[in-house]
Design a protein around this ligand. Structure first.
Ligand code: ADP
Ligand code: MG
Length: 271
């Protein structure tokens, strides 16, 4: 009996390691248009829970557009149209009863340039919970502390929570923006080139943080830094001119790309 249990345990570990984890988001036949311009063409992709999925590809090929469809942020852009389906835990996020504000709390987003509000460090992190109705001072403090710890920033700022956030170094500001997302207790974190404004040391800190975050969250990151995708992700999707050309485990895609165009891109022949 013990042996059989052990056998199943080993099988499950092997399967999990190979990425047969739970599917957190499923994208089916996604198309997206800005006016008459088609920016995304028949995208099909499964985002695994508690894994890091990196999206790479030349500039202008639709990575940011794709990321924004995952929490309905594209809806805020006028004269756009989408077809296809996106499921979060099996539920259609574009179904009429889904509240986009609630969805964006579950699927948070970190942008290319750190964008702290012109307020204190504390107020930046407390902002979202306050909007959601948390006002009790000690509860708020607890949320702020937990979020800053989660974003690996607490030790650097715990004695200066009332300092303006804009005075922090850029790398710290980006971790503050991550703390702001964590304060809303998201399930998925979208990151659109979160390190492109940062120096190599600050970049590495964000990458280390991502490894820690993936124990609790599902991460989808757009990056044009190939080394970053290779180092930091479990899955990689290669976008070209609005199409998802190739998608697979990071090791496979970088060592045995199936498509010649993927190979050209990852070896630096264009892009
Ligand atoms: N708000 C917009 N209005 C019109 N076209 C846009 C808008 N945002 C992006 N596009 C176009 O959609 C295509 C994909 O853009 P984007 O998703 O930003 O690519 P990437 O993030 O890969 O650089 C580009 O051709 C871009 O010019
Ligand atoms: Mg972009």
């Amino acid at each position: 009996m013990i042996l059989i249990n052990y056998f199943f345990w080993v099988m499950i570990s092997v399967l999990m390691k190979n990425g047969y984890g739970k599917i957190k988001m499923r994208i089916v036949g996604l198309e997206f248009f800005y006016g008459s311009f088609q920016a995304l063409k028949n995208i099909n992709l499964e985002v695994k829970e508690r894994q890091i999925t990196a999206l790479i590809g030349p500039s202008g090929c639709g990575k940011s557009t794709f990321l924004r469809t995952l929490n309905r942020m594209n809806e805020l852009i006028p004269n756009t149209r989408m077809s296809g389906s996106i499921y979060l835990d099996g539920q259609d996020i574009y179904a009429p009863h889904v509240n986009p504000v609630h969805l964006r709390q579950r699927v948070g987003m970190v942008f290319q340039r750190p964008n702290p509000f012109p307020k204190s460090i504390f107020e930046n992190v407390a902002f979202g919970p306050k909007v959601l109705g948390f006002h009790h001072k000690s509860n708020l403090f607890e949320i702020v502390e937990k979020s800053l710890k989660g974003a690996a920033l607490w030790e650097e700022v715990s004695d200066q929570l009332h300092r303006p956030a804009t005075e922090l170094a850029l790398g710290q500001q980006q971790r503050l923006c991550i703390a702001r997302v964590l304060a809303l207790q998201p399930e998925v974190i979208l990151m659109d080139e979160p390190c492109s404004a940062l120096d190599p040391v600050a970049t590495l800190r964000i990458e280390e943080l991502m490894q820690k975050l993936k124990r609790d969250y599902t991460i989808v990151i757009v990056t044009h830094n190939m080394q970053q995708a290779a180092r930091a992700s479990d899955w990689v999707g290669f976008f070209l001119l609005g199409e998802l050309l190739e998608y697979g485990p990071t090791g496979d895609l970088f060592t045995r790309p199936k498509d010649r165009r993927t190979e050209n891109y990852i070896t630096g022949r264009y892009g």
